[in-house]
Ligand binder design. Structure first.
Ligand SMILES: [Zn+2]
Length: 231
C-alpha cells in the first residue's frame, strides 16, 4: 500500500509517498512537481534532512523546467497556427495534384500546404520549410542592403539553409542564415544578419563584439529573447 501526502519544504510543495521500498528516492517530474518516495517506517526528520540536503539542486532543476516549459508538438495538421514574418497563419492541407509548393494568402491569413495522400509529419514539415526558404530568398536583398548599410561591411556570400543555429559567419566572409528566420518578425533576421556582419569586424563574442552590436542594433538583447521564444 502506498501512503501519499503533500509536504512543504522551503516553500516548495513535495509529494511524499511511503511504500515498501528500501531507499529514499527523489524525482522531479517533467511538470516540475517534486516527488519523494520513502520506506514506510522512515522518520519525518530523516525525510526532511534528505530533501534539505538536495534543496539547491531541486530549486535549480525546477527553475530550468519552469523557464522552458515543454513545447506543444507541431503536427502540421489542418487548423494549426504557423507564422510567417511573425504573423499568425492558419494551416490548410490541400491535395498536391495542382501544386507541389506551399503558398499563402495574406488577406485570409491561410497557408496552403499541398501534401501527398497519407503524408507524415516529416514530409509536411519539409514542404513548409521550402516556403520559408522562398520567403528568405525573396527578401534577402532587402535585409542585406539595410544591414550592410548599418554595419558598413559586406559578406562574400550569403546562403539560406535549414540549420541548427540562426546564423553563421565563416572566416572567409561567407554568411549563412537559417531559413526558419522567416517564421519570426523581420527584426529577428536583421538582428541575426547584423550579428553575422559584426563577425566580419570582430570574430569572437567578446566586449568589442558586444560594443559593435550595441552600436548597430541597440535593442539586440530584447530581439534575441524574442527570437528564441516559442517555436
Ligand atoms: Zn556569433
Amino acid at each position: 500500500m502506498v501512503i501519499r501526502e503533500e509536504i512543504e519544504i522551503e516553500g516548495i510543495s513535495i509529494i511524499l509517498e511511503r511504500k515498501d521500498i528500501k531507499n529514499l528516492y527523489l524525482r522531479i517530474l517533467p511538470d516540475a512537481i517534486v516527488k519523494v518516495s520513502s520506506p514506510k517506517n522512515l522518520s519525518d526528520d530523516a525525510i526532511n534532512d534528505f530533501i534539505k540536503s538536495r534543496i539547491d539542486w531541486i530549486q535549480d532543476t525546477r527553475e530550468k523546467i519552469l523557464e522552458n516549459p515543454p513545447k506543444p508538438k507541431i503536427k502540421y495538421k489542418d487548423g494549426e497556427t504557423h507564422y510567417i514574418w511573425g504573423e499568425p497563419f492558419t494551416l490548410q492541407l490541400i491535395s498536391n495534384e495542382n501544386s507541389k509548393k506551399a503558398f499563402y494568402n495574406a488577406d485570409d491569413a491561410v497557408i496552403y500546404l499541398p501534401v501527398p495522400k497519407r503524408s507524415n509529419i516529416k514530409q509536411r514539415e519539409k514542404i513548409l520549410l521550402e516556403l520559408y526558404r522562398e520567403e528568405m530568398n525573396k527578401n534577402l536583398n532587402y535585409f542585406l542592403d539595410k544591414c550592410t548599410y548599418f554595419v558598413g561591411c559586406e559578406p562574400n556570400e550569403v546562403k539560406i539553409r535549414n540549420m541548427k543555429n540562426w546564423g553563421n559567419c565563416r572566416k572567409d566572409k561567407r554568411v549563412t542564415l537559417n531559413l526558419k528566420l522567416a517564421k519570426k518578425p523581420p527584426i529577428c533576421t536583421e538582428y541575426v544578419l547584423i550579428h553575422e556582419l559584426c563577425h566580419l569586424i570582430e570574430f569572437n563574442h567578446g566586449p568589442r563584439f558586444r560594443a559593435l552590436m550595441d552600436n548597430f542594433c541597440p535593442n539586440w538583447r530584447g530581439i534575441k529573447k524574442l527570437l528564441n521564444e516559442g517555436e
